[in-house]
Design a binder for this molecule. Sequence first.
Ligand code: ADP
Length: 647
Amino acid sequence: MAGGAARELETILDAAVDPFIACGPDERILHVNAATERLLGWDREQLLGRPVTDLFPPRLHHFHGLSLPRYLLSRRKALGGRPTRVFARRRDGVELQVEVTVGATGPDGHERIVFTLRRLHEVIDSLEEPVEHVAGSPGVAVHQETADRLYRLLVENAPLGIFHFDLTPVVTACNERFCDLIGTSKRNLVGLNLLTLRDERIKACVRESLAGRPCDYEGDYRALTTGKVTPVRVRFAPCYAEDGTVEGGVGIVEDITERRRVEAEREENLARLDLLVRSAPVGIGFLDTDLRYVRVNETLARINGLPAEAHLGHTLPELLGEPGAIAERGPRAVLRTGEPQVDQETLSDTDLGAPGPRRWFRSNIYPVRTPDGRVLGLGVLIEDITERRRAEEERARLYREAQEAIRVRDDFLSIASHELKTPLTPLSLRLATLERRLERGENLDPGVLRHARHQLTRLTGLINDLLDASRIEAGRLALHPESTRFDLLVEHTLAGMEGQKGNHTFEFEHPREPISVHGDTFRLEQVVSNLLENALKYSPDGGTIRVRLSLTDDVAVLSVTDPGIGIPEDQQQQLFDRYFRARNASTRSYGGLGLGLYISRDIVERHGGRIWVESVPGRGSTFYVALPTLASVQPALPQVWPDRHLH
Ligand code: ADP
């Protein structure tokens, strides 16, 4: 070839997109174009004269006893112009998957062998071109080629690793995804005999698929190079030839790291949810549409008084009998209407199996639906609110008591001011009369003085009662106990009342023998005179007041009976409370602060005794005081601070 023509040819070939290599019959390179230089990384000067097989990995140098070029030439007819996929080797040793087409000029021994290479991804890129533009081949061949490319595209772009093996069973092809998953290159995978693997389960799957049966493998794959462990799932399936016989198998490999992670996360979430439900302080249950328990937590089991497992598969009536049938009405209604029952508060009708008093429950029952609205069953939330209800009731009681205390205080203040004021008006009048008489030099009337003194005594008594009541409240009412003749004390008190008894008559009965107690004379006198004053105050003028002292089993019992207004039965218990005045003792008719009996009870009880009343409204009352005598065990009287009393 003339130099000019050769150069021109060279320029044309350099302009071609695909790599092109020509060699002589000795298979040494005679020519490469610029695309080859670019693809394989060699300068053409370095390549000229080298065996063409240097451009391929050593394992491809010989095939079926032929050199690679000769082998490819021998397959030319069979391939009908279609390329063969092989690996080419770049100058840096990296292997590239290429499609190679081989042609020859002239007879054997003189020919030029011509290689056209196409890097695989370039083949894929060229698919973007319209079919008519695909170089060269018209008609069916174009479609066939396109179909093959599409097929490759499909396989290469699949998000799953795919490999094919033949009957031997050697891996014949695989996609990049598979290489990524396994962490090795195609070079290592293609040609690998699967029976050389160590994992028996994989080998079993390979055999199964070659026997025509699909088989699944799941396991952790450890990459030989990096040691990285990847959980994989491989679906092995047989591949059939056109005649229907198994020609090999295919493995579809899925990286299940994410799936495993999601599964583990879901399991962990479920476990957490389970724990949450199980240990919730609220009873949680799930009933199916036959109202049978599918699930109960510990709290609900405790409320029902049965172990959690005993509930499963049973209805409420089966578990709890009649009370269960009553309790089932709620869920039944929710199932019928599809409407939830919210915050229903009920008192357990009878004990629901759990021992103890009746309890309050708050329940929420609601239909549990699938996203498409189908009712799967019922959710039941039950809370034991007994303590809360009790606290509420207690609060309400305290509130009522506080209101009552406020009312009593207000009543007391108005009564006390009235009571304290009452003696003051006559006292001031009498003192004014005395003053006038003194000014006029007239004789003083002892009656006026007596009356003035009486009002003063009444005032003093009221103030003393107030002081005593506050001392009792503070626990500071002092007692000075000594051996005291109780019979004489009563007699003495009666005598002291002569001035105020008006037209009343006192009758005093007592045993002959003396009765001695260990007590505070002043305070015991206070008790007796309080009872006598009340008897006078609350009975009609002229009535007889019977005072009786008796001795039974070392206990002295004093009773004061009057024919007075009596005390309504429902109020007899409260007479001894502070400020209490019976409703038939109106302030207008009967003065008083409601403190006398309160003080008396404290004094009597602190002497180890007891005070009580028997009364018939409208007929009269008898007040009793029982005190241990000296002959009995001496009561230990508490020591308190001495106080000052207004006399
Ligand atoms: P008061 O100063 O109001 O009499 P007391 O503590 O001595 O206070 O008595 C409390 C209440 O008991 C009286 O207000 C009265 O309603 C009733 N009471 C006490 N003694 C008698 C009695 N002998 N007959 C009828 N009611 C009585």
